[in-house]
Design a protein around this ligand. Sequence first.
Ligand code: HEM
Length: 197
Amino acid sequence: MADETQQGSTNEANTGFLMGIFSELLGSPLNIALLGVCGFLLYKIISGRRNTGTPAPKEPELPPLKKQDFTLEQLREYDGRRKDGRILIAVNGKVFDVTKGKRFYGPGGPYGLFSGHDASRALATFSLGEEALRDEYDDLSDLNSMQMDSVREWEMQFTEKYVYIGKLLQPGEQATEYTDTEDEQSEEKKDSEKKSN
Ligand code: HEM
């Protein structure tokens, strides 16, 4: 009996706690807007993943890109709408081929605005607004240490998942002349990644 009474008050406490979180979440227009954005992103990610019944014909994989560095202008060409649909994104000064993540970064995808851009500031500040994507080279010098840690974490995630193509060049910086051996090395890395997947 005492157990039942205790159980009852624990349930009440839990319900009260959940109600508290719920009213906190819906308590301000900003929170409601953020919940809306998150819901929209989840919807986009889930609907991009959902099987429609008839499997889409598999698109041929693009040939690997030669190792090379990019200026911001050159990077912009790779937004998934031009250049055979290839998509490149820079994170913390490194350019990655994210074409295989087309459902995220392709036109209409939840993170499509990053395509052909340096996404470092947007990722560091958890922002999906245009203001986080600069037209000029962004040295990120105004970000705080937590935001810089976050950029480095994203860089690690991208390094694990996608192929690194080259550096994002600062204004006036010369592009590196990569040798064919370096290209072969990145090919070998890609092959061994494919085998381990
Ligand atoms: C709060 C709302 C958000 C929700 C619910 C959400 C949800 C998700 C989920 C479920 C995934 C994993 C998808 C998968 O692996 O299948 C994902 C990946 C990702 N999200 Fe979000 N997200 C949110 C906000 C954001 C924001 C604000 C940014 C950037 C500023 C962001 C950037 C990313 C990136 C870059 C990926 C990785 C895609 C990849 O693997 O290449 N997300 N998100």
